[in-house]
Write a protein that binds this ligand. Structure first.
Ligand code: SF4
Length: 323
């Protein structure tokens, strides 16, 4: 039975769409963010959106589906380059009870494939598996298999059980007709022991995704002390995990003819980095503007204390200054 709307009036004014943004995994992606910042079932050490303020397993209504769909329709009109409409953002999208309806209605509106970035923790619920069924691509993550490592890297809600989550992923694979790309984030000295990596490999084989994507830190993390594993470790795993199709996720190449969603470049920069920190290369690819021109805006925004630079490894990311 439909749940009556009890959304505050300001919910109608929120922008649920961001981008199109260059995505390392999905090419040019129009982001759909239907979860309030930062509501999640996990509080991952490496989260690029900061620490979780609302750690919950309660699925509920956060958005008016009609408003979200209207914004998607407006965003895709006249856009030449969108590889995916992607549910992502600063929270876990399957916490929304409306995600199934929204995906189904997007499929009725456009041929652009729909992708869902999820931490996979709620796939043990039949209704969540049903909600994601109409999507073209689901990208769940799995960073640990043993409870101690799961607790360490993902800081889960206390009622989550890693064995039940894994079973949910296996069940989803059996039922789901679309593609599954399983992301595994590997952090130095946290989940990179030979024993844990071997267990992850054996579990991934049982899940049987279409692809495994190995990732490590290349954006500022939520918590200090998280370090990336070296590229040699990831390359070694690509060779060793021969029963799976494994790749290392890399940065998206620049696309020359991207038309940015917002007409106002300054607002576009601010709206985009609000979701996650970006390098000037990311912004170049997103806006189609030269780095010289972008730095003029970034300089002004830094002086006005709206944007700050963060160094991570050999890259500089721009992030909003949160008041
Ligand atoms: S990385 Fe994803 S799953 Fe982990 S805390 Fe951040 S939003 Fe939640």
């Amino acid at each position: 039975m439909p749940v009556p709307y009890k959304l505050p009036t300001y919910a109608l004014m929120i922008k649920y769409i961001f981008g199109p943004v260059p995505s390392r995994r999905l090419g040019i992606s129009l982001g759909v963010d239907i979860i309030p910042y930062k509501t999640c079932t996990l509080d991952c050490l490496y989260c690029e959106c900061g620490s979780t303020s609302e750690l919950t397993l309660e699925r509920k209504r956060f958005v008016d589906p009609g408003v979200v769909l209207e914004q998607i329709k407006e965003a895709i009109e006249g856009e030449k380059y969108i590889d995916y409409i992607t549910f992502s953002g600063a929270g876990e999208p399957t916490l929304s009870i409306d995600i199934g309806e929204i995906i189904t209605r997007i499929k009725g509106m456009t041929d652009i494939p729909v992708a869902v970035l999820t931490n996979g923790t709620l796939l043990y619920l039949e209704e969540v598996r049903r909600d994601l069924a109409p999507a073209d691509l689901v990208l769940p993550s799995l960073d640990a298999v043993t409870p101690a490592v799961f607790n360490k890297i993902n800081h889960p809600h206390k009622e989550l059980d890693i064995h039940r989550i894994i079973q949910g992923l296996i069940d989803f694979r059996k039922e789901y007709r679309g593609k599954i790309w399983l992301e595994i984030f590997i952090a130095k000295s946290i989940n990179d022991t030979p024993d844990e990596l071997n267990k992850i490999y054996e579990t991934a084989k049982k899940i049987n995704p279409d692809k495994v994507q190995l990732n490590s830190l290349d954006r500022p993390p939520a918590y200090e002390g998280v370090e990336a594993v070296d590229i040699e470790t990831l390359e070694r795993l690509v060779k060793e995990w021969k029963d799976l199709q494994v790749e290392i996720t890399t940065r998206t190449k620049r696309r020359e003819e991207i038309v940015s969603f917002s007409k106002n470049l300054e607002n576009n920069i601010l709206n985009t980095i609000k979701r996650r920190p970006l390098t000037v290369e990311d912004l170049e690819a997103l806006t189609g503007k030269s780095r010289g021109e972008l730095f003029k805006y970034i300089d002004i925004l830094e002086k006005e204390k709206k944007v700050k630079a963060q160094v991570n490894g050999d890259k500089i990311f721009y992030a909003p200054v949160r008041k």
